[in-house]
Design a binder for this molecule. Structure first.
Ligand code: WT7
Length: 650
């Protein structure tokens, strides 16, 4: 297996932490839930559909006759925005806070469910006035502000699937997605606050729009008031168009399988995949898992997913899951160290956050900054901690538990993917005795396993490929416009079984440890990127003849991008600033998250006789390890040359 060394290094963790008695006694979910789901999986998901309000009940829970194309809650009709907002107001919860918004610059806004209903209704009326119709795709490129949620729910309300593009992506990434998705309407903001400064978003959209003549309108939220260019006829201010709309809007119901959104994510090729989620199953799945994994008590909890809405974590656990459950959430715009390194803990103290969900990369950064910083704040409101996005090393898990959770909060390490729609493997906080670093077990209603190359379940103590053996409600339905790639990527390794692309190990107790990707996909700070995508960006520079990218271990970001490039002869060595120039080029092509930690100019790349780059060897170099087996190289002296270059560098 590709990540064999990882399996060996991740030693079996002997410590376990039982759920505190008090926590278990009040938990939403007990151990019986597993048995119930195992005895009748379809019946279990039928019952969970009762969490959602259907305008028309469904006739059938699951239609898997056209596998791998699933239909859940067949024949049912519902509106996602109605389920997230209106029904709570109708139930008398209008005064409950939906979001405590905290801007990075210190401004705040409290949005109740009644406020949310008015704002979403106005935005839906505006979209309709501007000609956005059911089925049209709308791109959203925004900072982390309340209008981002209003925009998403307004789209859901009128049945226009949104495609949210992470605010850190480049113009190029925007135009790619807009074109692939056939978007004609874009929602953005002038900018947002990041690291203490207004950063531009509209300017990036403007650049992207040069390649997207089919976009007829760009609706712009004024956030920072910075100067922006304006294209008459195309650009519209949100406050001019949305604010004057009626705040009443009747949500129409859509088929359970109506597309809710498309979220682009990196695959193993240069072209991002448009992962498509639909309405009924996604809402049932996000609502159920949010309630079960985070033990949500909507009346009393203050819930905070410290992630960006531009990723699936934000879609499922800042927007749809929490809102479907009428939860009070924190929405924070900025970075953890602005204006100081205690910002997160100040927010926890201020809003009395009770459940916190974040990524290991954040935890490792806080570890580096030191435990004295969180110690300055009152974190006693916390009762449960979650982790997501990448494997969490036992040290970070323990630090999170002890320093942030005061040794009293259960920690849930949740495994899932953009494709999955919701958490699939995780401890249940009132049931599971957790092990630092393990995602533990498939949730009730989910059937996960670890397979060997032949498709047999591995024996306890062994590693293999993580698979999901039965369909689940929030699963992706297809890749936008590419059914073939959908089949090939997820369903071709083993028949009718979902291939996750992750390596995993089952320990002697039968618990699952997810070890990371087995394909050419990198995970940097919980963000997914493909090696090919970054290589393509490098090669698109005039000076570069060839490039190879690998993910090397990094103490903070999990993996870091290490690039090896061969320059063209015409580049004449590239000059002193070649590395800087190439790093900037990658930033401009993809976005800052794709910036290589280092770029090494090499005379040649290690290739097999068939011409395939042996990234494994480059990874050895990047991780300062002894170089592995080079016998299959076409030219075995290449590695010597690369290493000589390296030692010269250092
Ligand atoms: C990949 C999915 C949906 C969460 C945000 C990332 C890795 C995610 C864990 C975890 C080990 C994890 C996997 C997966 N991953 N959570 N708890 N333990 N690995 O979503 O961008 O779709 O990436 O993130 O490698 O395949 P994504």
């Amino acid at each position: 297996m590709a990540n064999k060394h990882t399996i060996e290094e991740l030693s079996y963790e002997a410590r376990t932490f039982d759920p505190p008695e008090e926590f278990a006694a009040q938990a939403n979910v007990t151990a019986e839930e597993y048995d119930k789901a195992a005895a009748d999986r379809i019946g279990f998901w039928a019952e969970k559909a009762g969490r959602i309000t259907w305008d028309k009940p469904f006739d059938e829970v699951l239609d898997w006759s056209d596998a791998p194309f699933a239909k859940w809650y067949v024949g049912g009709r519902l509106n996602a925005a109605y389920n997230c907002v209106d029904r709570h107001v109708e139930a008398g919860l209008g005064k409950r806070v939906a979001y405590h918004f905290e801007g990075e610059n210190g401004d705040t806004r409290t949005i109740t469910y009644s406020d949310l209903l008015r704002e979403v209704s106005k935005a839906a009326n505006a979209l309709t006035e501007l000609g956005v119709k059911t089925g049209d795709r709308v791109a959203i490129y925004m900072p982390m502000i309340p209008e981002t949620v209003f925009a998403m729910l307004a789209c859901a309300r009128i049945g226009a699937p949104h495609t949210v593009i992470f605010g850190g992506f480049s113009a190029h990434a925007i135009s790619d997605r807009v074109k692939d998705c056939g978007v004609e309407f874009v929602i953005t903001a002038d900018g947002g606050y990041r690291k203490g400064k207004p950063s531009g978003l509209k300017s990036v959209v403007d650049e992207a729009m040069q390649e997207c003549p089919e976009v007829r309108n760009v609706l712009v939220v004024q956030r920072t008031g910075q100067d922006i260019d304006w294209q008459e006829g195309r650009d519209l201010w949100w406050h001019e168009v949305v604010d004057r709309q009626s705040d009443e809007h009747t949500a129409e119901s859509f088929d359970s399988e109506h597309p809710l959104y498309i979220m682009y994510s990196s695959g193993t090729t240069g072209k991002p995949k448009g992962i498509m989620h639909t309405t009924g199953g996604y809402l049932v799945g996000t609502s159920y898992t949010h309630w079960a994994v985070f033990d949500i008590k909507p009346e009393t909890d203050v819930y905070w997913t410290a992630a960006d809405i531009g990723w699936v974590t934000g879609h499922s656990y800042i927007v749809y899951g929490p809102l479907a459950n009428a939860t009070t959430s924190v929405l924070y715009e900025g970075t953890p160290d602005t204006p100081h390194r205690g910002r997160w803990w100040e927010i926890v103290e201020k809003y009395k956050v009770s459940v916190l969900y974040c990524a290991p990369t954040g935890i490792r950064t806080f570890m580096k900054w030191g435990r004295e910083i969180p110690a300055e704040y009152d974190l006693s409101s916390l009762r449960l901690l979650g982790s997501v996005g990448e494997p969490i090393n036992p040290e970070a898990w323990m630090w999170y538990r002890e320093v942030i959770g005061g040794d009293r909060c259960p920690v849930v390490d949740t495994w899932w993917q953009t494709e999955n729609g919701n958490i699939l493997i995780s401890p249940l906080p009132g049931v599971t005795a957790t092990k630092p670093g393990a995602a533990m077990r498939a949730l009730p209603g989910i059937v996960a396993d670890v397979y060997d190359d032949e498709g047999n379940s591995v024996a306890p103590g062994n590693g293999g490929y993580l698979v999901i053996k039965e369909p689940w409600p929030a699963m992706l339905r297809t890749l936008w416009g590419d059914e073939e790639r959908f089949r090939k990527t997820y369903w071709s390794q083993y028949p009718d079984v979902y291939f996750a692309g992750d390596g995993a190990k089952i320990d002697k107790d039968g618990d699952i440890w997810v070890l990371g990707r087995v394909d050419d996909v990198l995970n940097v700070s919980g963000h997914r990127m493909s090696t090919t995508e970054i290589e393509s960006a490098l090669v698109s520079h005039d000076m570069v003849a060839e490039a190879a990218v690998v993910g090397a271990r990094d103490d903070t970001t999990g993996q870091a991008i290490e690039a090896f490039v061969i320059l063209k002869e015409s580049a004449d060595g590239g000059g002193e600033d070649v590395v800087k120039e190439l790093r900037n080029h990658v930033r401009a092509e993809i976005g800052p998250i794709a910036t290589p930690r280092s770029i090494m100019v090499v005379p040649d790349l290690p290739k097999t006789r068939s011409g395939k780059i042996m990234r494994r060897l480059l990874k050895d170099v990047a991780e300062n390890r002894e170089i592995g087996d080079v016998t299959t190289l076409a030219d075995s002296s290449v590695m010597d040359l690369i290493q000589e270059g390296m030692s010269g560098d250092a």
